[in-house]
Design a protein around this ligand. Structure first.
Ligand code: SAM
Length: 222
């Protein structure tokens, strides 16, 4: 890991436990927006926000949770596209959440209603059967969260709620997301996920070409 509090994608992919994630993002929070989001032309949150809006349309009042919200890249975009939606953020890193808490919309209101500190690899305590919509970008990736975590996180949605989540394409294959989805579909927990391939980074990025799959599905049971 970098010694001087400047981090990159290799550092992000080198972690493997929640404790290592916490330690990395505690030090990365201050520079993440400038040195990761902007410097890498990180377009993934835009693609996930656009997909959520495409799927949910003009629904006037939705309760949304951005899981692994980090510094608020996805929530900030979504709050501009749908200012009437109430967005909460959940993350394991207090330092990333502190940056997210500074984010305001163009109308001056905070991007996030509530920001919650939780380890999403543990049983989900922050909400059960509650949210109309779960969104996420950059969290279901190497060294971070896996397929079983996504299904556990889905329990924060109400029955009939929608999940719109980006999954790194290599990670999807490496850790067997398809098998977890097939089992959850066969048990009637979720609808068959629709997958859309998107770029994670724009053409100005050294990582241009890395792909994500945006999974869209509905929570079906209790
Ligand atoms: C690459 S960042 C993505 C942040 C933001 N969603 C974005 O797209 O910019 C990954 C985030 O996942 C969070 N994270 C990693 N492991 C976690 C866990 N076990 N529980 C909750 N959040 C976690 C990190 O703290 C970090 O904020």
């Amino acid at each position: 890991m970098s010694a001087d509090d400047h981090f990159n994608l290799e550092d992000a992919y080198a972690v493997s436990t929640p404790e290592e994630n916490k330690a990395l993002y505690a030090r990365w929070a201050a520079t993440y927006d400038a040195e990761f989001v902007t410097a890498n032309d990180y377009v993934y949150p835009i693609r996930v926000a656009e997909k959520a809006v495409e799927v949910l349309g003009q629904s006037p009042t939705l309760e949304v949770v951005d899981v692994g919200c980090g510094t608020g890249a996805l929530g900030s975009l979504l709050s501009e596209l749908r200012p009437t939606w109430e967005i909460d953020g959940v993350d394991i890193s207090l330092q990333m959440l502190a940056v997210a808490g500074t984010k305001v919309r163009s109308d001056g209101k905070p991007v996030y209603r509530d920001l919650l500190d939780a380890d999403l690899t543990k049983p989900i305590q922050f909400a059960k059967n509650h949210f109309d919509l779960i969104v996420s970008s950059g969290v279901f990736t190497h060294g971070h969260l896996a397929g079983r975590d996504l299904l556990a996180v889905s329990s924060a949605a109400r029955v009939g709620g929608t999940i719109v989540v980006g999954i790194n394409k290599q990670h999807y294959d490496n850790v067997g997301f398809a098998g977890h989805f097939a089992e959850a579909v066969s048990e009637g927990q979720i609808s068959e996920p629709e997958l859309t391939e998107v770029d994670i980074y724009g053409p100005k990025s050294p990582h241009f070409g890395d792909k994500g799959l945006i999974a869209v599905f509905t929570r079906l049971d209790n």
